[in-house]
Ligand binder design. Structure first.
Ligand SMILES: C[S@@+](CC[C@H](N)C(=O)[O-])C[C@H]1O[C@@H](n2cnc3c(N)ncnc32)[C@H](O)[C@@H]1O
Length: 227
C-alpha cells in the first residue's frame, strides 16, 4: 500500500477483490463507490493505494474469492490489443480461466477488457470516457454475473491527438504507448498516484465508481433469507 492520501468516501460495508490490479485505476473507482478493496498482481505494485497481495490472480480467486462480496478484474488485455498483434507478440489468454475461477466462488463477479476482446466476452456493456467528462473515449467492456447498465453513449465528435504528438490541456487523447503530457492525463483521469505505465493499462476510476454504485445496490438488496 503506498502513501497516497486516499480521498474521502462513504464506506458501503462491502469487500471487493481486484485481481490483475496493476496500479489500481479500477480499484480507486470501487473504493470511491464504498468498497474496501484488495488487489492481486503477479508484479510488485508499490503504487497500489489499497491492500495488495503479490501472486497469481487465478489461484488467488480460486482459494479466496468466496471471502469477498464481489470479484472484479481485468485479465491482461495485451493478447487482444491491436499494437501487440501488429508486433507479433503472444500473451496468455486469461479471460476464460478468470471467468471460470470467478464462477467457482459462488459470488457475483465482473470482468473488464478492451474492445478487441469483445468476441471472448459474454453480453458486455461498453463504457466511454465521454460519458464521464473525460477528454478520452477509452472504451472498456464489462461482462458481469448480474445486470449492469451503461449511461447514454455520446457521439464521438472530438478529434483525438495522434499517439506521440504533443498534448496540451484541453486536447482529446489516447493514453497508449509513450503518450505525452502525463501530468495532464493524470489530472484528466483523476489518477495522480500513477506512472505513465500504470495509466496506459488503467480503467479510469470514473467507470468503476459508476458501476460500483450499481453493484452495491445489487449486493445490498434483501435476499429471501433476510427479507
Ligand atoms: C490491464 S492491467 C490491469 C489494470 C487495472 N485494472 C487498472 O485499472 O489499473 C493487467 C495486470 O494484470 C497483471 N497480471 C498478468 N497476469 C497475471 C496473473 N496471472 N495474476 C495476477 N496478475 C497478473 C499484470 O501484471 C498487469 O498489472
Amino acid at each position: 500500500m503506498n502513501a497516497f492520501p486516499l480521498p474521502a468516501r462513504e464506506p458501503n460495508g462491502l469487500t471487493l477483490l481486484d485481481p490483475f490490479c496493476c496500479q489500481g485505476g479500477s480499484a480507486m473507482g470501487w473504493y470511491l463507490a464504498g468498497f474496501d478493496v484488495t488487489g492481486v498482481d503477479t508484479a510488485p505494485q508499490p503504487r497500489y493505494p489499497f491492500t495488495f497481495i503479490q501472486g497469481d490472480a487465478i489461484e488467488y480467486i480460486r482459494a479466496h474469492g468466496h471471502e469477498y462480496d464481489l470479484t472484479a478484474g481485468s485479465p491482461p488485455c495485451q493478447a487482444h490489443s491491436l499494437c501487440q498483434r501488429i508486433q507479433g507478440r503472444t500473451h496468455p489468454r486469461l479471460i476464460g480461466p478468470a471467468r471460470e475461477a470467478m464462477q467457482s466462488t459462488g459470488r457475483p463477479w465482473i470482468i473488464e477488457n478492451v474492445p478487441e476482446a469483445a468476441p471472448e466476452l459474454r453480453d458486455p456493456i461498453t463504457l466511454c470516457g465521454a460519458s464521464f467528462g473525460l477528454h478520452t473515449y477509452r472504451h472498456r467492456l464489462f461482462e458481469a454475473s448480474f445486470p449492469l447498465t451503461a449511461p447514454e453513449h455520446p457521439q464521438h465528435t472530438r478529434r483525438t491527438v495522434k499517439m506521440g504528438r504533443p498534448l496540451k490541456p484541453g486536447d482529446w487523447y489516447h493514453a497508449v504507448g509513450n503518450f505525452s503530457n502525463v501530468p495532464y492525463v493524470k489530472a484528466d483521469m483523476s489518477v495522480p498516484w500513477m506512472t505513465r505505465d500504470g495509466i496506459r493499462e488503467c480503467i479510469p476510476p470514473a467507470y468503476t465508481r459508476y458501476l460500483g454504485a450499481q453493484a452495491a445496490v445489487f449486493l445490498l438488496q434483501p435476499t429471501e433469507a433476510t427479507a
